[in-house]
Design a protein around this ligand. Structure first.
Ligand code: NDP
Length: 290
């Protein structure tokens, strides 16, 4: 069996086309404030990608690039000002933050209605009690990608490798709400293969290149590879290449569907950010509570 590719770029284009059409009809344009602290190269790349996509869709992106040694209080003051700015609909703080800044304090300072990343405790709480308001972008993207296969997922066994706040944990909740039976694995799981081999749907969000090998996969599984790993290699033009957590070249022969890296979860995650920004816009402009 050779798996069908879940083409993240194509799925993202479809979502963005619909959003662009909706945004074109608006007199006031949605505005997303993005805060970048320090000079993390990966964060720079992610923010630039978000800026490009916002521009294409007609979303105004206000970028705040702040110094690495910024005081937490200054960042909190900026968030307060953006919360009160009626022209700003969404606020995103690019993570990770420098170690002297408390990430929790910062996320909690964002007005939940403007929390387009969906990381605020109120939004996370709503997700976990089964009434999601802002679903975090990557988990939302993963569900969209699984749904794109048109396979009924109800009753299937979903195994998630990774239990982070931003990917593993929330995607497990969303899959549970889609009536799959969910198993969550992590770094302390004994015999990972024992679990992954049972997965009808396998979501891997770890950050270890090629952690998941062919013999760890159930024949016909849907495999979503969230990992983005940068491998230094001077034979590549950029001096590096990107790969996922799954041994794509081998696993493709055993899975029924597989998402590639790059070109998989990444582009759909950005499309979901645009979708959440439009959602925040409607909440703010219509004065609705979350
Ligand atoms: P974290 O580092 O926050 O979490 C990694 C998780 O993997 C942890 O739960 C950890 O377990 C688990 N883990 C570590 N080693 C193993 C192992 N050997 N076996 C099983 N589980 C293990 O990462 P994120 O969730 O933030 O990101 C994961 C990956 O996804 C990264 O490569 C990241 O770059 C990528 N990513 C991609 C996005 C996209 O849009 N494409 C968006 C977000 C992330 P424990 O909890 O026990 O430590």
């Amino acid at each position: 069996m050779t798996a069908k590719i879940i083409d993240g770029k194509k799925i993202a284009e479809g979502i963005k086309e619909k959003l662009k059409f909706q945004i074109e009809g608006l007199t006031i344009k949605p505005c997303l404030a993005v805060i970048l602290v320090g000079n993390n190269p990966a964060s720079n790349v992610y923010v630039n990608m978000k800026e490009i996509e916002c521009t294409k869709l007609g979303i105004i992106l206000k970028k705040y690039c702040l110094k690495e040694n910024l005081l937490e209080e200054k960042l909190l003051n900026l968030i307060k000002a953006l919360n009160n700015d009626v022209h700003v609909h969404g606020i995103l703080v690019q993570l990770p933050l420098p170690s002297h800044i408390d990430e929790f304090n910062i996320i909690e300072a964002i007005e939940p209605k403007k929390d387009v990343d969906g990381f605020h405790a109120i939004n996370m709480g709503c997700l976990f009690i089964g009434t999601p308001k802002f679903e975090p972008c990557t988990p939302k993207a993963i569900i969209e990608m699984i749904n794109s296969t048109n396979i009924t997922i109800e009753g299937k066994h979903a195994v998630i490798v990774g239990r982070s706040k931003i990917v593993g944990n929330p995607v497990a909740q969303l899959l549970l709400q889609h009536n799959t039976t969910v198993t969550i694995c992590h770094s302390k799981t004994h015999d990972l293969k024992e679990y992954t081999k049972q997965a009808d749907i396998l979501v891997v969000a770890v950050g270890i290149p090629h952690l998941i090998k062919e013999d760890m996969i159930k024949e016909g599984a849907i495999v979503i590879d969230v990992g983005v790993n940068r491998i230094e290699d001077i034979t590549y033009k950029k001096g590096y290449y990107l790969c996922g957590d799954v041994d794509f070249e081998k696993v493709i022969n055993k899975a029924s569907y597989i998402s590639p890296v790059p070109g998989g979860v990444g582009p759909v995650t950005i499309a979901m950010l645009m979708s959440n920004t439009l959602k925040a816009y409607h909440l703010i402009e219509n004065g609705k509570a979350i």
